[in-house]
Design a protein around this ligand. Structure first.
Ligand SMILES: [Zn+2]
Length: 227
């Protein structure tokens, strides 16, 4: 009742297209929900997400939920999720995607969900990691715990400005590391990020996780963009 009254005086707008939401609509309007550009990667074994890692890292599976187009719904949703503190968008998308993934056999062996960590400085500025709500939502629906401790993003030294290409690459590679005990061995980690473009960040993260004995790694992103 109060919620409806609030809506009357402060109408909410759709996070996908900015049109006014109807009383029965939450976060995104029915049209945007209907138009969500699903990739259906989980139904395609050699999909575009996993293909990015062929020859680079061994993955159990790789999937993305939506296609990311310039000016499209996915871009608008992720922008709101990332910069306007609309973490409930992540929860909603996670809920929707978990329904699709319920019958996706390979996800059943996943033991932990790992959100790609933000740089500590960025986390402090933003106050939250934009993939956390999405991870929690999928984890809740599929009964998989989220682990934010095993993969770390370490501070890098900004004062070293004069670096050749190789040294810079080493610097980038050093950004992620793992902190594990024998309890973390023999696990299947599902690495989650918001958007995949080149896949280089996810590749570095996956390589770090694969340092754990007998680790298996898979990748899941909210959106996929052609690079
Ligand atoms: Zn809309």
């Amino acid at each position: 009742m109060l919620k409806n009254l609030l809506k009357l005086f402060f109408p909410e707008t759709c996070c996908g297209c900015n049109s006014l939401l109807l009383f029965n609509e939450v976060l995104i309007c029915l049209k945007c929900r209907h138009d969500l550009p699903f990739t259906y990667h989980h139904e395609i074994p050699h999909n575009d997400t996993i293909k990015k890692f062929y020859g680079l890292i061994p993955l159990e599976f790789g999937v993305s939920m939506l296609y990311f187009h310039h000016g499209g719904i996915a871009q608008e949703l992720i922008h709101n999720l990332k910069y306007r503190n609309q973490q409930n968008i992540g929860s909603l998308l996670g809920e929707l995607y978990a329904k699709d993934l319920q019958n996706f056999e390979p996800i059943r062996s996943v033991t932990e969900i790992i959100p790609v960590p933000l740089h500590p400085k960025k986390l402090k500025e933003r106050g939250y990691n934009q993939v956390d709500s999405f991870c929690e939502s999928i984890g809740n629906q599929l009964q998989i715990p989220v682990n934010k401790n095993v993969l770390l993003r370490t501070q890098y030294n900004k004062t070293q400005t004069k670096k050749n290409r190789e040294a810079r690459q080493q610097l980038t590679r050093a950004i992620f590391d793992v902190n594990f005990t024998s309890n973390d061995e023999n696990k299947h980690f599902l690495l989650v990020d918001d958007v995949i473009t080149t896949g280089s960040t996810l590749e570095i993260c996956a390589k770090a996780l694969l340092k754990i004995p007998n680790a298996k790694v898979s990748i899941l992103t909210i959106a996929y963009t052609q690079s």
